[in-house]
Design a protein. Sequence first.
Length: 194
Amino acid sequence: MEKLGREFFDRDTVAVARDLLGKVLVRRVDGMTLSGRITETEAYVGRVDKACHAYGYRRTARTETLFAPPGTAYIYLIYGIYHCLNFVTEPEGEPSAVLLRGLVPVEGTAEMARRRFGKEPEQLTSYQKKHFLDGPGKVCMALGLTRAQNGLDLTGEELFLADDGSPRPSFHTGTRIGIDYAEEAVHFPWRFYL
DNA sequence: CTTCAGATGCTCT
DNA sequence: GAGCATCTGAAGA
């Protein structure tokens, strides 16, 4: 397992989003290690993308994190109750990020089940098993990520990405979810999923 | 398996 | 005050 350094994120956002498929996200919390393999991502590019919170270099309290160095965690609250985890990309000052939309659990499955459903993995319904970590809000719930972790440095120990040497899986390309307001950007093929 | 209503609070205008 | 990069549980097919 080799930790991905800042240079991995200091690149074209769409390339990073594709290259993250198959990589492992590692979270250390409460003395435990939780991890999962990435199955779904989306790219958001502030320079040209009306779906990006920082479109046109819009700078507010919330978008400030997108202007941080590449390899920073951007976490925000959505719909009042859920959180979304992103990885800041591109050279510093280009407000762009990759949204993490899905994982397959690798390590700490029992703890993730407790955090998601309050019960052990053996007690999950088939529906719960099928939809374990297939959504951005679910991922944050399972890994114990909230806005308290917004701005975390991904080259640290609390939250990072790793390459375990497995080849990049084959994947599908499509349009992004839940951005119907974004005019022409609605059609950008910037969603990648297994 | 699918659809659907409802929850919830921050962010920006 | 409107809208949001979502999820759950219940009900129907």
